[in-house]
Design a protein around this ligand. Sequence first.
Ligand code: MG
Length: 246
Amino acid sequence: MKLKSIILSSSLLFAACGSMQAQSTQVIAHRGFWKTAGSAQNSIAALVKADSIGCYGSEFDVWLTADNQLVVSHDATFKGVNMQKSTAAQCTAVKLDNGKQLPTLQQHLEKAKQLNTRLILELKEHKTPEQETCAVEGILKMAKDMGLKDRMEYITFSRHATKEFIRLVPAGTPVYYLEGDLTPQELKEWGCTGADYHFSVFKKHPEWIKECHDLGLKVNAWTVNDSKDMKWLISQGIDFIPPTNR
Ligand code: MG
């Protein structure tokens, strides 16, 4: 389902639900808005297109390369190039499906400076904690130097990177953990902004949505494409939904 149709559906659902809580549900473009002409997953075009349709935020994935540079890509190995084992020059030589070169984080953020959407940065799990700490430090320095620190939100499956973001981000910067294996109380104790879990986790633990809100935590359920699941999550007052653009 295309994101535009999801947003349209969501608007209709908001009107139908009619509650203030349901109206607060926001759409995040997962890997940008890419299932559309001229776009590609994690491309700069996907960021621009997500911004153009008024998404709350545009999500993208970041790796630290072998020469300690930051590049935007989802897969550990993309089109035969392993992001962690290759230099930035090797990674950015890869062509995305829209014919553009794989972007560096610097290039992604340079374009973002001209836009308004929030920047939902996922740091991928790396082979060592040292790599993740180096990535976190580099990301936060770049966001600060580029004047974007107030538009950034950080997400990761890595427990180490989650703790490093929480330790190092400017006060008030959202940090979410993705794995789905911490309770709302544990997330609160860690200092997370909220739960950013696969929607099946909330199907299994529907009480976690209210528990999060009662603790002052936000709730984000990722890659929801089925309208039935989406309606259920919105009816539960979920804060963010990132569809997968299918
Ligand atoms: Mg991601």
